[in-house]
Design a protein around this ligand. Sequence first.
Ligand code: GRF
Length: 211
Amino acid sequence: MGSTVLKKIAVFASGRGSNFLAVLEQIKQDKIAAEVVCVISDHAWPPVFDIARENSIPTHWVNRKQFSAAEDYAEFLLKLLGSYQTEMILLAGYLKLIPAPIVEHYRNAIINIHPALLPNFGGKGFYGEKVHRAVIESGVRITGVTIHFVDKHYDQGAVIIQEKVDVIPGETPATLAKRVLAVEHRLLPEVVRAYCAGKIEMIDGKVFWNR
Ligand code: GRF
């Protein structure tokens, strides 16, 4: 991308990595002024690591259980992120809570994507198909995608963007997940692009997006 300064992004992901791939593809096409410096997972061999390795991106398996003390875990993560001069963290299907010292260090620089309209159908235990099953069982007619800054709690923090997806009668969690995912793959690269271009800012706890 010529002489443009590339934002250094660390990606945290637990599984498949399709949202990471959607962002990576746009980085590779120079549509996002960023570089993915590493992919970190709480799992040893998640499919997302294959995507990273195919693209020569370093991978790290880091799990709270590998450490006896929570402080050591947080310190290790902070040092690891620092070793890559990480400027932004992207949670792309990451199922664990980000330790508080990291949230503090990377204030307004950690972004998460959630496959529902928060604050509904979010929080601990709401991930993957469980979210879509709960949406269908509740009888709501509208769900969607939320992209937000991360704070110390699951699926909270200031909302950057939300987009609606209709819940169609007779729908299954799998069909709903597929349509929501298509929106995620469009919206997440858009947000990362704007953030890396300095167009998304937090002022007094509110998100401003200069389009
Ligand atoms: C996505 O639905 C995302 O919103 C949620 O976890 C899922 C991850 O999917 N946080 P993938 O690993 O990006 O394919």
